[in-house]
Design a protein around this ligand. Structure first.
Ligand SMILES: [Zn+2]
Ligand SMILES: [Zn+2]
Length: 200
């Protein structure tokens, strides 16, 4: 499903059978309702065949697999950043970096005026914008939605964080649904402020 070496997710493609896509090719993420453990996300992704397709990805594949962590063999306590024994070298490396205060993904929360660590499951909608990628993120701390403009590597390479990101100067507090609907319009019409993205 996720290949840590190529940093690609594998999804079915109705035209080519299979597609390998990076996180930056995701276009929309939505957690499916229901009691499934781990939770399942429906994603739309931009396929190399030129079309967008839906696909399903488990929560642990979405958030943990890029770090070499799998739900069955490891557990990371996010609050204390303690890490139980992990199997792979990648996981070990990820664990050490998290303990050292680095985080695999981050974004700039406009409402709080500060960068926040985040997992891919907090992404709502993404779109290419020139060389970069615009994404709407729901802040796991304050719940508001911010739109950031980042590089593809910022999303696709865990622990690679852009030094600066673009931020739409607007708090999408009560209209998160509207953001998703009108995301592309927001992305192209809005001005971006640059913010430094440094967690410490
Ligand atoms: Zn395809
Ligand atoms: Zn926030």
């Amino acid at each position: 499903m996720y290949d840590a070496l190529t940093t690609r997710y594998t999804f079915p493609c109705p035209e080519r059978g299979e597609a390998h896509v990076a996180l930056s090719s995701f276009r929309r993420l939505e957690q499916l309702p229901g009691p499934a453990q781990p939770a399942v996300f429906e994603v739309d992704f931009g396929c190399p065949c030129g079309h967008e397709h839906p696909g399903l990805v488990r929560h642990d594949e979405l958030d943990w697999a890029p770090l070499g962590l799998s739900a069955d063999l490891s557990f990371v306590n996010l609050m204390t950043a303690t890490v139980d024994p992990l199997e792979t070298e990648l996981a070990d490396l990820a664990a050490r970096r998290i303990q050292a205060g680095e985080w695999p993904w981050s974004f700039f929360c406009y409402a709080e005026e500060r960068p926040r660590p985040v997992f891919p499951s907090a992404f709502l909608v993404l779109a290419g914008r020139g060389e970069g990628v615009g994404l709407a993120v729901r802040c796991p701390v304050c719940g508001t939605v911010s739109i950031n403009l980042v590089s593809a590597q910022h999303l696709d390479v865990p622990f690679h964080n852009d030094r600066e990101v673009g931020v739409v100067a607007h708090v999408f507090e009560h209209d998160a649904e509207r953001v998703v609907e009108q995301f592309v319009e927001e992305l192209y019409s809005a001005g971006f402020d640059n913010r430094r993205l440094r967690l410490q």
